[in-house]
Design a protein around this ligand. Structure first.
Ligand SMILES: Cc1cc2nc3c(=O)[nH]c(=O)nc-3n(C[C@H](O)[C@H](O)[C@H](O)COP(=O)(O)OP(=O)(O)OC[C@H]3O[C@@H](n4cnc5c(N)ncnc54)[C@H](O)[C@@H]3O)c2cc1C
Ligand code: FES
Length: 433
């Protein structure tokens, strides 16, 4: 009898246990479901906010964009790296009005009066303009650009350093005024999207990537993001804190890759999947294939020419469709070596009317390259990007036609004008320059 009662008791206890376990399991599953649901809802809201912000930005951009140059005051100048050859300039509109937002990745055309330009044959006049990428997230009050002081290329130390970058470093102070055109450029991150992205910056080419990265951090983005920063050594490293902030985002991974030595401060650091990973080597296809889970990303990159060429080719070979490959070059593909690219089928005459000068084109990459080869400068043709992006060199064609065999002008060119930095004569040519 006692045994039967014991068995019955055990059976009851067993049944209660099973029911309790079932309830706990159901409860846990329910909790998990609620958490996932909340996370998805949060993510959806973040996406909606980002889309709304992007639309608002578009509206404000249309409303406040300006034409031509506008005066900006440098209110803060900050050296960013231990070597002190990379410096940020915080720019505030002199008229005190608010600014149009920009898309992260775009650049400003900055013009300065170079009073002591040295002997550079690249210097075509006193007012010199160059493109500088916006290096921070958009806001309505100020812009930031980050400029690397450019030395003469290796092996040509007798040449002068870069005119405008050195001018920025040496002469532009807090309180200086600079002429600036409204943000432009078609290399930018679409912040209204939620698709996975890879952002790659090499050397000072990290500036547009910083803007993209900070824009994602500003909206606490949950977008899957992989950020690669390629640099030679700790001497080149800029804005570590911005990378740390990005690494704290839920779906963001940051990789610092040193082609030289890893700074001592990071040598013993334990990397975790989501925190900054310090590795040795270049950011190349081997690096991407080793670290990325797949090739299903939009890739954005900017850096030294060899890195860019290798990535563009390598990503294509890895099966990444062209529309997912986005990049910005800070300089033309090769420095316009003054040699002719190919033998021209005929020699064409280019007449610079205002200067009363005639030069024969014989296959050089552009009219700009042809002028440099012949040591000819005309103050009528200014240049900044030398890649058909900024229209600084826009020149009226008085007679004849041009062709764009290597690079197409960004946004086209009005009839009757040409961009000498990328065009070549298609017939004998007369320019208002
Ligand atoms: C879209 C875009 C965004 C950019 N963003 C940035 C940015 O964020 N940060 C940044 O630092 N840069 C950026 N740049 C590059 C920047 O616009 C300038 O090209 C750079 O600062 C060099 O300008 P510079 O006037 O100092 O050099 P330049 O005077 O134009 O000289 C360029 C190089 O030529 C050398 N040189 C001088 N004379 C000769 C000669 N006779 N023959 C051959 N070589 C000679 C110089 O030593 C120098 O190395 C960007 C460029 C573009 C197109
Ligand atoms: S220099 Fe920028 S378009 Fe020619």
């Amino acid at each position: 009898m006692a045994n039967a009662l014991l068995v019955a008791g055990l059976v009851v206890l067993g049944l209660v246990g099973i029911q309790l376990s079932l309830q706990i399991a159901t409860g846990t599953a329910h909790l998990r479901f609620l958490r996932t649901h909340r996370r998805l809802a949060h993510r959806e809201w973040q996406t909606r906010i980002a889309i709304a912000e992007a639309r608002l930005a578009d509206t404000k951009t249309q409303a406040q964009e300006w034409r031509g140059f506008r005066k900006f005051e440098v209110r803060k100048k900050v050296f960013e790296n231990p070597a002190k050859d990379i410096c940020s300039f915080y720019l505030y509109p002199h008229d005190g009005k608010s600014l149009p937002r920009f898309s992260p990745g775009q650049f400003l055309l900055c013009q300065v009066e170079v009073t002591n330009p040295g002997e550079s044959s690249l210097n075509l006049g006193e007012a010199e303009a160059r493109c500088y990428s916006l290096s921070d997230a958009p806001n309505y009050e100020n812009y930031r650009v980050t400029v690397r002081r450019l030395s003469p290329p290796q092996g040509t130390e007798d040449l002068p350093g870069g005119v405008v970058s050195n001018y920025f470093h040496d002469r532009i102070k807090e309180g200086s005024l600079i002429d600036i055109e409204a943000p432009s450029g078609d290399f930018y991150l679409e912040t209204a999207k939620d698709t996975p992205v890879v952002l790659i910056g090499g050397g000072v080419g990290v500036t547009p990537i910083l803007s993209m990265m900070n824009s994602l951090a500003a909206v606490a983005s949950a977008r899957e993001t992989w950020i690669f920063y390629g640099l030679r050594s700790g001497e080149d490293a800029v804005m570590l804190d911005a990378f740390e902030r990005a690494a704290a985002l839920p779906n963001t991974h940051v990789v610092w890759s040193y082609s030289g030595s890893i700074p001592e401060a990071f040598a013993d650091r334990k990397d975790t999947p989501n925190t900054v990973l310090h590795r040795k080597g270049r950011v190349d296809m081997d690096c991407l294939k080793e670290i990325l889970p797949s090739n299903h990303f939009d890739f954005y990159f900017c850096g030294p020419a060899p890195m860019m060429a290798a990535l563009e080719k390598g990503l294509g070979e890895w099966g990444v469709p062209e529309r997912f490959i986005h990049y910005e070059a800070f300089a033309p593909e090769s420095s316009e070596s003054d040699t002719a690219l190919s033998a021209a089928s005929e020699t064409l005459e280019v007449r610079f009317d205002a200067e009363n000068k005639m030069i024969a084109w014989s296959g050089e990459k552009s009219i700009f390259a042809m002028a440099r080869k012949n040591n000819f400068n005309t103050k009528r043709i200014r240049y900044a990007c030398r890649q058909g992006k900024c229209k600084s060199c826009l020149t009226a064609v008085k007679s004849g036609t041009v062709a764009y065999p290597h690079v197409q002008p960004e946004g086209g060119v009005e009839d009757g004008y040409c961009l000498p930095c990328i065009c070549v004569p298609a017939t004998a040519l007369e320019l208002d320059a």
